[in-house]
Design a protein around this ligand. Structure first.
Ligand SMILES: Nc1ncnc2c1ncn2[C@@H]1O[C@H](COP(=O)(O)OP(=O)(O)O)[C@@H](O)[C@H]1O
Ligand SMILES: [Mg+2]
Length: 222
């Protein structure tokens, strides 16, 4: 599902501020694996996820997701690839605060040209799956932290992507909501999704559903 080979990312290359955020990273994630990416703040986790999601171009190396060389995709293709293949769950949720839950969840479908009926059906499916259907008309600004997270999960799932990337998904949640998030991850794993979670939350450590833990330190795999 994911193949990363000799991946390097240097920010501000060729300047005195040049910073090697990722150095020669190589690993693979198989279909339906649940993998944790662990490392302290600044170790390169977000940079790595952004490159896998084709939101950021690497400096060198290969990144192949579902058979596509994402690093080489032109921007227009990169956004289509992202919209159809990747569900991304951010630490800060990244919701549009003035839009309702339903509208937020529908956003990833807009560029794909679905008809309204198809959009309604997909959104409803995602709202049920993420257990947030009861708040469908509520503006994101009026949701609790846990509800925002569930709205973000629904938005990540609405395209039924094969790959779910999570960047510190429990960092802004209280323990009850973090445990609820873990339950969602378990059921997604059971349903066949491939999941990569960047985290330093120990709440994932003893899950039997976790297949592997990758450790990143100063931009290098350990
Ligand atoms: N756009 C950028 N320009 C320069 N340096 C950056 C940029 N983005 C991240 N970095 C640096 O790269 C390193 C890794 O960052 P990041 O991937 O966000 O780490 P993590 O998610 O593990 O906390 C950090 O030292 C960070 O300051
Ligand atoms: Mg980060």
């Amino acid at each position: 599902m994911i193949v990363v080979q000799n991946l390097t990312k240097t920010f501000n290359p060729g300047t005195p501020q040049a910073f090697p955020a990722l150095r020669n990273i190589t690993f693979e994630v198989a279909e339906n694996e649940l993998v944790l990416l662990k490392g302290v703040s600044g170790s390169g986790k977000s940079t790595l996820l952004a490159i896998i999601a084709s939101m950021l171009k690497p400096t060198s190396g290969d990144v192949i997701v579902e058979g596509k060389h994402v690093a080489k995709l032109p921007d227009l293709h990169a956004s289509h690839f992202r919209a159809t293949t990747i569900g991304f769950i951010f630490q800060s949720f990244n919701l549009l605060e003035h839009l309702s839950v339903t509208e937020n969840v529908a956003v990833p479908l807009i560029p794909l040209g679905f008809r309204q009926k198809e959009i309604d059906a997909k959104v409803e499916w995602a709202l049920q799956l993420a257990n947030i259907a009861h708040k469908r008309e509520t503006p994101a600004a009026a949701l609790s932290g846990g509800e925002k997270q569930r709205c973000a999960i629904a938005r990540a799932l609405v395209n039924d992507p094969k790959l779910i990337l999570c960047d510190e998904p429990t960092a802004n949640l209280d323990r009850d909501n973090a445990r609820a998030f873990v339950e969602v991850i378990k059921s997604l794993k059971k349903s066949g999704y491939t999941i990569l979670i960047a985290t330093h939350d120990t709440i994932f450590d003893d899950l039997k559903e976790v297949d592997r833990i990758l450790h990143i330190e100063n931009g290098e795999m350990r």
